[in-house]
Design a protein around this ligand. Sequence first.
Ligand code: RIB
Ligand code: CA
Length: 344
Amino acid sequence: MASFPRLLIWSAGKPSSRGFKTRETLGEFMAEPRKIIIDTDPGQDDAMAILLALGSPEELDLLGITAVAGNVPLALTEKNARKICELAGRPDVEVFAGASRPLARRLVTAENVHGKTGLNGPDLPEPTMPLQERYAVDFIVETLMCEESGTVTLCPLGPLTNIALALNREPRIAARIREIVLMGGGFFEGGNVTPAAEFNIYVDPHACDVVLRSGVPVVIMPLDVTHKALTTPARIAAFRDLGNRAGVAAAEMLEFFERYDVNKYGGEGGPLHDPCVIAYLLRPELFRGRECNVEVETGSALTMGMTVVDWWGVTDRPKNALVMRDIDAEGYFALLAERLARLP
Ligand code: RIB
Ligand code: CA
């Protein structure tokens, strides 16, 4: 697929006749390393997102990683985050533990997808780097209150529990967050954990509701775009052929991770969900989407966690999110390989 010249905002169902619109000028975008916090529930695809970020230090200043319960319980997600930092040769990264359960519902996990450890595939050593004492939600609030307003981007890759707890604890952070770029939800593609809901949002729909109502600029990478970014044998081989520790581990993680979706969807690979968030920060032109209203179901048992996207603008509800629907998959995997190659 030809790579997209720049981030193209669709209007009225076709490429905008007004040329291209981005949320920032590319000059602003490229000025200096963008300060980010990754909130995550590793998860092999989370691991790939973290590796992509750590392979991009000129563009991204990773202030910290906050772990949340999701794919596996918190004790494993925080440990996995530390394993990934050490895999990348970055034991200096601060990792914090956050919420061990959703705001209101019981925790639902996904060992059937990610394996018992949440990071099945490579045999990674137990981490020796420390887990930070501070509670992840306190780290998020304090960082946003201390850093210059409008300079920190939150990158949630799992259930939004930590983000919602931070917003509820200190509402003043909403005006100080530059952007929230999250993986979650789905609309045209339906759900992956129920017919209606995507896993991250299904686990904590109430947290998603807090985020969608916060007024913070939100970019959503839903299944509608991540299901167009499939691992294939050739793409996984390209990671393994890098020959470095990170490339080989990436191939081992994805060979385990993809088996679930290959069996379920019958494709030749699995959707590489979470790195879409980091790739958007690095190369927004790889994506196409539209400003839409998005709301989330928090009442109905049948559609709990469903993200309702007003893609066609049939309501007068406020456009509270930039929803991505298309990706240059070749460019995405090329970026991943390029940045993995920079790691040990
Ligand atoms: O539905 C996919 C999402 O749920 C990904 O973030 C994956 O890691 C799991 O958290
Ligand atoms: Ca995840």
